[in-house]
Design a binder for this molecule. Structure first.
Ligand code: OGA
Ligand code: NI
Length: 352
């Protein structure tokens, strides 16, 4: 990724500003009240539920500390990721992703049809992960997708599996808090994750000679239920602030996780909690690593507003759509430059 290929260059209105805003940033939430060893008072717990609900509503993004994920597990996967990406392109391409193998290494990712300044390695939580065989809405055929594992570093597979289990534990804690904040029972979301299509992504953003023209990830929303992201100390993640539409940088906070509401949760909550646009800027000096975990439902889930959250005054704002076809469509457009707009949840919006 030495020279700047025109495929990376953004339209002027999408280019990042080189100076960035450090204004009122995303909320920082201390999860220690729900660490299992703690004896938590009802008031303290209620307070936490409200804090999470407010952050979901006002920002769609928050950071958490005292989340219960052991630091050494995070360090281990970070180390494996750095070792993997430090190899030659030829070596990395041995575990390359393609139309059939949807997990693995990829260095030509597109967001909304512009190339991203990054390389990634995707690792599925469920082995095998079942996905639709094609984009055709009438084709019911599915395929079994397995992880591709590089020879080096040899511990990568186990490290990712182990870290994935930690991500699931944290996801379920967060889902309980989010469910309660919406007035649902704590386990209200638990039924959606049998045969889940969740995955971990290792991201590497190399230094970029023209950071004012390109982005590490172009502005986008995650399709997930929620995303749990670990970023290093370099910084670059920016969130579109709901109150004024400004791009605000998420300050790296040691050992914290960044949580964001994805499109699936937006639809489930019938727009009470919105999936917010974000992007990643790059810089000319330092490479950056990040580790998102995308919590996804099973491919056969029909995503639609939850019955408990709609009524006559607040009717469903979306038609049901099939998760597997939605994600397959997104993955296909990430893969190549298409001349049509990417599939988005608003394509399923019921007009008022
Ligand atoms: C993503 C993403 C942010 C980051 O991969 O969807 O938004 O900081 N990544 O790498
Ligand atoms: Ni994202």
């Amino acid at each position: 990724m030495g020279e700047v290929d025109p495929a990376f260059i953004l339209e002027p209105e999408h280019r990042p500003r080189i100076s960035y805003i450090e204004g009122k940033g995303v909320p920082l939430i201390d999860l220690s009240p729900i660490l299992s060893s703690n004896n938590v008072s009802a008031i303290e717990f209620e307070g936490l539920v409200k804090e999470v609900g407010d952050a979901c509503k006002e920002w769609g993004f928050f950071q958490v500390t005292n989340h219960g994920v052991p630091l050494e597990k995070r360090e281990k996967i970070d180390d494996a990721s750095r070792k993997f990406f430090a190899q030659s392109l030829e070596e990395k391409r041995k575990v390359r992703r393609n139309e059939k193998e949807v997990f693995g290494y990829h260095d030509t990712e597109h967001t909304k049809n512009v190339r991203d300044w990054k390389e990634v390695f995707d690792f599925a939580i469920q082995e095998p992960t079942i996905l639709p065989a094609s984009l055709d809405p009438d084709d019911k055929e599915v395929t079994e997708c397995n992880n591709q594992c590089p020879e080096y570093p040899p511990e990568l597979r186990e490290t990712c599996q182990d870290y994935g289990q930690e991500m699931l534990k944290l996801s379920y804690k967060l889902l309980e808090l989010i469910a309660l904040s919406l007035g649902l029972p704590a386990d209200g979301f638990y039924g959606f994750f049998k045969d889940q299509t969740s995955y971990i992504r290792l991201n590497h953003y190399p230094p970029c000679p023209t950071p004012e023209l390109a982005l590490g990830v172009g502005q986008h929303k995650d399709g997930a239920v929620l995303t749990i992201l670990a970023q290093d100390d370099v910084g670059g993640l920016e969130v579109k602030r709901k109150t004024d539409g400004e791009w605000v940088r998420v300050k790296p906070t040691p050992d914290a996780y960044i949580i964001n509401i994805g499109d699936t949760m937006q639809v489930w909550s019938n727009d009470r909690y919105e999936s917010v646009e974000h992007r990643v800027t790059v810089n000319s000096e330092r490479e950056r690593f990040s580790l998102p975990f995308f919590l996804h439902t099973a491919h056969y889930t029909m995503v639609k507003p939850l019955e408990e959250l709609i009524n006559e005054q607040n009717p469903a704002k979306y038609r049901a759509f099939n998760w597997g076809k939605f994600i397959a469509n997104r993955k296909c457009s990430n893969f190549q430059k298409l001349n049509v707009e990417n599939l988005q949840i608003y394509h399923f919006k019921i007009s008022e």
